[in-house]
Design a protein around this ligand. Structure first.
Ligand SMILES: Cc1ncc(COP(=O)(O)O)c(C=O)c1O
Length: 431
């Protein structure tokens, strides 16, 4: 093995004494791919360096926020200036207005924004708001969707087609979980069934219009339109969770490209440019139900802090230049070509790409649209090449179910390198 790991290993064993599993978020523990986590100490552009001095091309990019690459000069300058002016006021500041204006410029059918500090908080707030506005208890989510770790969303499908959820984490009482219904993606009949039986009890349906947390399960626009129609018919608010997809494929939401509108949007990741920012976005009639105007309570000490907002403003300003998305698309199509040649030779390589989001699906099978159709063989294959890719200086998200992100800082050389190292690594795998 060419890579040194002494420092990362030592840090990990110290961390395991001090923090559960040694980490601040579970996927970082490398449990799904095996081995121990890499500790990073600096990053710039598309490169990230670990504590032992190994350098990698980063295809995880902090799970999506860094569309401009690490430490983009405009973002760093804005953060530095904001930090000099004070890290947090716990009070109103002009940057809130700037970032809200940028978001609403893109989402011009929406009127207002509430800033929070994470995607989890954004979703939690949107759900509470929907329950408050409709005065209904239940929500509907979809199998394979991830919407953060609030109690209502840590719920998986129970048995049956139109199903009451069951908690997917200890500590979430079944009485909470049963207020969340779970339905399969891409299944018209299941959807109609759940609305037929429970439509009048549902406050909201929440979905990632481009589900990107359990593979990349791109949905058919007709299915999303049916969801929209059923929500309208039953007085259910439709929440599009665009924490990943917002500003990822264009300056605005992904759902706009499909022509299906949400009642509420949740954003995160890119709108914070690598700093903790989340947002609920919606029409005035719904948003003004939030405190202090309305009766739905929500608050946050560090919400709308000027340093995080500065990173988001600088990022969105840079994204107004269409050249960024053009570059990302050009990189993506280069990657398509490279992966196609790997597939032509080896067979068992598929992938799905939407803009700069790419999911490697290491089988010859059809890319699924619903979680239950994901072939588990991809896990074995992905895990068997993961550490080899690390040794070759490529850092991918440490799970077969996670997507990769390209950034504006990646080059054609980077994606070609990914293709050729994948090819090499897969050659040695027992297909
Ligand atoms: C679609 C979606 N919603 C919500 C979240 C939760 O966001 P956060 O991790 O910022 O709490 C995520 C996180 O990956 C996400 O992908």
């Amino acid at each position: 093995m060419s890579r040194k790991t002494e420092k990362s290993d030592e840090l990990y064993s110290r961390a395991c004494e001090l923090m559960p599993g040694g980490v601040s978020s579970p996927v970082r523990a490398f449990r799904s791919v095996g081995g121990s986590p890499v500790y990073f100490k600096r990053a710039n552009g598309a490169r990230i360096e670990d504590a032992d001095g190994n350098e990698y091309v980063d295809f995880c990019m902090s799970w999506g926020p860094l569309i401009l690459g690490h430490a983009h000069p405009d973002v760093i300058a804005a953060v530095r200036q904001a930090a000099y002016d004070g890290l947090s006021y716990g009070a109103c500041c002009e940057s809130e207005i700037h970032l809200a204006e940028l978001i609403l410029e893109a989402e011009h059918k929406m009127d207002q924004v509430r800033f929070v500090s994470s995607g989890t908080e954004a979703v939690m707030t949107a759900i509470r708001l929907a329950r408050g506005v409709t005065d209904r208890p239940r929500i509907l989510k979809f199998e394979g969707g991830y919407h953060g770790h609030s109690d209502s969303l840590l719920v998986k499908a129970g048995s049956g087609l139109a199903t009451f959820g069951t908690s997917s984490s200890l500590g979430v009482p079944e009485s909470f979980a049963k207020e969340t219904m779970v339905c399969a993606l891409d299944d018209e009949e299941a959807l109609k069934d759940v609305f037929y039986h429970f439509g009048s009890e549902l406050a909201a349906a929440i979905v990632e219009p481009l589900p990107a947390n359990n593979g990349l399960l791109e949905q058919r626009p007709e299915w999303l339109r049916l969801l929209r129609e059923l929500c309208d018919r039953h007085g259910v608010l439709l929440i599009f969770d665009e924490v990943i997809s917002g500003f990822r494929t264009r300056f605005g939401t992904y759902s706009d490209t499909l022509g299906v509108a949400a009642d509420l949007l949740t954003l995160g990741k890119i709108i914070g440019g690598g700093m903790p920012v989340g947002a609920v976005v919606g029409p005035r009639s719904i948003m003004e139900e939030l405190a202090p105007l309305g009766g739905v309570y929500q608050a946050g000490t560090l919400s709308g802090n000027p340093v995080s907002l500065a990173a988001g403003i600088a990022t969105l300003q840079a994204l107004k230049d269409p050249a960024v998305y053009e570059h990302l698309e050009a990189l993506g199509s280069r990657l398509d070509k490279v992966l196609q040649s790997v597939k032509d030779e080896l067979g068992y390589v598929s992938w799905r790409r939407v803009g700069s989001i790419v999911w490697l699906y290491l089988t010859e099978g059809v890319i699924p649209r619903a979680a239950s159709f994901i072939d588990p063989v991809i896990v074995k294959r992905f895990n068997s090449i993961y550490s080899r890719l690390l040794d070759k200086g490529l850092y991918l998200p440490p799970s077969a179910y996670e997507v990769m992100f390209l950034s504006n800082a990646h080059t054609e050389d980077d994606v070609e390198r990914l293709g050729s190292e994948l090819h090499e690594a897969l050659r040695g795998v027992d297909a």
